[in-house]
Ligand binder design. Structure first.
Ligand code: TYM
Length: 342
């Protein structure tokens, strides 16, 4: 079976972008592939954060994975920091990652510009190396993510090829190993719709956890009245009717795409249904669809989060399965890189 891995940072609350760009696709993929989904808590400390809140956010995120439909009879769910191989592998990969590759990362440039040099930890720069470790440890074939992770996936591929070239094949065999490639070179799986859900207050910027205004995003756990309020107040335009793909109407395109995904209709059906609606009518249709789609997720979330023994059990089980795979790759990498065997 081909393998899939992916994860979300436990920072702030999970929003519609995370769900439509990533998590929703995990649910579809878990039936066909061998899947591992992690909560990337080690990544969450690369920007200033509140230590009092990290563990709760980590549990909440795990509960939301399950509430969204991740099925632990098929998928393993675990916390990144519970599998030590991630941090260890990161060190090995760091030593062969050119700093230039990391300096070019768009997310690093954006985040570090905002924070200022003196406030940026080294971890923010090496973040993509940890992400590459998350993926390469599991010999993953595919990584379902939103569009903003595309560049990180490219770097992961280049890094895998570089390590295979530097240390794999016959060189590794000479060291007494099995030879061949150390890492599988993975591919990003980016969905055709939903890969880049935009802000409710500006159709040209991405919906994000870190945007200062909560009005700009729908969080998966927003109550009904908050959802309808946010949709009521979201940015519109002065065109009449609703249409996809008009570059002058980014907000309209974004909201129609959201509606398409949560109502599980086709683009043509949505275009047809909404063509003659005015903004007011469309907004109430969209609100209702969002509320209907998120309600069952919210109910399940409440059940799961209140049963902490159940959740802990899932995470312990997941970490055990993950460590079994990850340790194997890590041992091979140590050997290929010439370390003395333990
Ligand atoms: P994070 O936590 O920022 O986002 C989690 C997932 O949500 C997607 N996403 C979006 N998709 C569509 N529209 C949006 N507005 C939107 N915002 C976020 C992201 O693309 C991502 O798929 N570095 C990663 C976490 C990570 C990871 C990994 C992912 C760490 N290691 C290994 C896959 C494999 C991140 O910060 O995602």
């Amino acid at each position: 079976k081909r393998r899939i891995v992916s994860g979300v940072q436990p920072t702030g609350s999970i929003h519609l972008g995370n769900y439509l760009g990533a998590i929703r696709n995990w649910i579809l993929l878990q039936n066909t592939y061998d899947t591992l989904f992690f909560i990337v808590d080690l990544h969450a400390i690369t920007l200033p954060y509140d230590a009092q809140k990290l563990s709760k956010a980590t549990r909440d995120t795990a509960a939301l994975y399950l509430a969204c439909g991740v099925d632990t009879s098929k998928a393993s769910v675990f916390v990144q920091s519970h599998v030590r191989a991630h941090a260890e592998m990161m060190w090995l990969l760091s030593s062969v990652t050119p700093v230039g590759w990391l300096n070019r990362m768009i997310q690093f440039k954006e985040k570090s510009r905002k924070a200022g040099d003196e406030n940026v930890g080294v971890g923010l720069l090496t973040y993509p190396v940890l992400m590459a470790s998350d993926i390469l440890l599991y010999q993953s074939d595919f990584v379902p993510v939103g569009e903003d992770q595309k560049q990180h996936l490219e770097l992961t591929r280049e890094l895998a090829e570089r390590v295979n070239h530097l240390f794999g094949g016959r060189k590794w065999k000479k060291l007494g190993g099995r030879g061949g490639s150390i890492f599988k070179v993975p591919e990003a799986l980016i969905p055709p719709v939903g890969a880049r859900v935009m802000s409710l207050t500006d159709g040209l910027s991405k919906m994000s956890k870190s945007a200062p205004s909560d009005q700009s995003r729908i969080n998966l756990l927003d109550p009904k009245d908050v959802i309808s309020n946010k949709i009521k107040r979201c940015k519109t335009d002065s065109f009449s009717g609703m249409e996809f793909d008009n570059p002058e109407r980014p907000e309209c395109n974004n909201l129609l795409s959201i509606y398409q995904l949560v109502s599980e209709k086709t683009k043509e059906e949505v275009a047809q249904e909404c063509r003659d609606m005015n903004w007011g009518t469309f907004k109430s249709v969209l609100s209702d669809a969002l509320i209907d789609h998120l309600h069952p997720i919210q109910v399940r979330y409440e059940e799961i989060i209140s049963d902490s023994a159940y959740l802990d059990g899932i995470l312990a089980e997941g970490a055990k399965t993950a460590a079994g795979i990850a340790d194997n790759t890590l041992t091979n990498a140590y050997q290929a890189m010439g370390f003395l065997r333990r």
